[in-house]
Write a protein that binds this ligand. Sequence first.
Ligand code: AMP
Length: 176
Amino acid sequence: MNNEYLLKNLRNVPDFPIPGIQFKDVSTLYKDSKSLRIIVNELYDIYKNKGITKVVGIESRGFVVGAALAYKLGAGFVMCRKPGKLPAETRKESYMKEYGKDTIEIHTDAINEKDVVLLHDDLLATGGSMLAALNLVKQFKPVKTYINFIIELTGEGLNGRAVFHDDTEITTLLRI
Ligand code: AMP
């Protein structure tokens, strides 16, 4: 169920970064102590009994709640980053964006076959970036994967969920 308090505190920025995009600015949720607490506590309730051992945050807005949730779950936190940012050996996954190709990376020693992994990002639009992150995490052959977003965009013909064909469970706190 949508949390009215979170909805009220989420800033919408029209025409950012390009005309026509309604940008959901989670910085207004992150800066508000009550919103941040609601988000982390709600996610903790969803995932506390799933045996999560690693939370993977997607650069960069996925780092904020991802790390707080990992702490609360007693799990480790892993950064999924843009190319060239991680200093040690990495695994990579490339994917197509609207304009051209993009690549993401995770350290090769960040996840192992005993891990139960929760991937987290702030927002689901087309699902392209999270699908790439999921494919990357699956290279590590973890026991199980889960996916979470704070916000799921459901309008304008978007159906980001549909790109995830396997049995990975997806949760979102706000559907807009
Ligand atoms: P996608 O790969 O299309 O699901 O896009 C998701 C990523 O792009 C997330 O990391 C979001 O932070 C960002 N994003 C895409 N659309 C929006 C939007 N309307 N408002 C805020 N962030 C967005």
